[in-house]
Ligand binder design. Structure first.
Ligand SMILES: O=C(O)c1cc(C(=O)O)c2c(n1)C(=O)C(=O)c1cc(C(=O)O)[nH]c1-2
Length: 251
């Protein structure tokens, strides 16, 4: 029978979900970080992943819109500016576009998302809907995949710099920045869930939220694999050569 957990037991159960389900385990990531991707597979990944980047500040705004606790809003606010930028800070979305620039994409094509796989759009939109519709606790818990992100980002930075001559420091800047941002955000969210999941139902809902989020991430990589490793892109999805800046397309 499910029993009430102590905060430490709850944290251990959350971390187990990460150990078993986080997308660092996905074969596409192993291929990407190990140097096994072609430049077009890296392009497909960066183009699709833009959809995730774009939805993050929207889901953070949705979370804040339903939040009556001023302290929580104050703490959550910087997540939006981390991505959208403010004043002198260019923001994570801009840094992501530096990555897609480095891969030769036309910015309007990336931002327009018309070349993204349908499954990528559905998965990222599902995250926004989840945060909009579920309890605040579940919305916060769904961000906890970030507990596991820094290790993955480190692997990505070193693996991609080592294996691909088209990747340099400028284009991995997005991930370097997340190495500072993600641990701070994840520590806050973890503490929030530890303190606020006080009933069996709340604890189980928090675990389900984190599981759901690992599925949002996993489904995106399944779709990439099918489309660009197995060569089955959906009709209308990006094909190599499309959406490039003219100078790169001609090169
Ligand atoms: O590259 C990755 O594997 C990865 C994963 C995740 C994640 O685990 O959700 C995030 C990010 N990156 C990321 O860059 C990011 O800004 C971010 C925000 C969030 C969130 O749920 O609020 N997750 C993630």
């Amino acid at each position: 029978m499910t029993k009430l957990m102590t905060p430490d037991e709850l944290e251990a159960a959350l971390r187990r979900i990460g150990a078993e389900r986080y997308h660092n385990l996905h074969p596409f990531h192993r291929k990407l970080h190990g140097g096994g991707c072609t430049i077009d597979q890296v392009r497909a990944w960066a183009l699709n992943r833009y959809c995730y980047q774009a939805i993050i500040p929207q889901k953070d705004a949705a979370l804040m819109a339903r939040c009556e606790d001023r302290e929580l809003r104050r703490e959550w606010l910087h997540r939006i500016t981390d991505h959208d930028g403010l004043d002198g800070n260019e923001g994570g979305i801009e840094r992501w576009l530096v990555l897609t620039d480095g891969l030769g994409f036309d910015r309007d094509y990336v931002v327009g998302r018309t070349g993204a796989l349908p499954a990528t759009r559905f998965a990222t939109e599902a995250y926004l809907h989840w945060v909009t519709e579920k309890s605040l606790l579940e919305a916060v818990a769904s961000s906890l995949t970030e507990l596991f992100a820094p290790k993955l980002h480190e692997e990505r930075i070193s693996g991609m710099l080592e294996h691909y001559d088209f990747i340099d420091e400028r284009v991995v800047a997005y991930f370097r920045k997340r190495l500072d941002q993600a641990p701070r955000d994840a520590a806050f969210a973890l503490d929030y869930v530890r303190r606020n999941a006080r009933t069996i139902e709340q604890q189980q809902a928090s675990l389900r939220a984190l599981t759901f989020k690992t599925e949002v991430l996993w489904a995106q990589l399944d779709a990439l694999w099918l489309a660009y490793v197995e060569d089955m892109p959906a009709p209308g999805a990006w094909r190599p050569g499309e959406g490039m800046r003219e100078v790169d397309a001609a090169a």
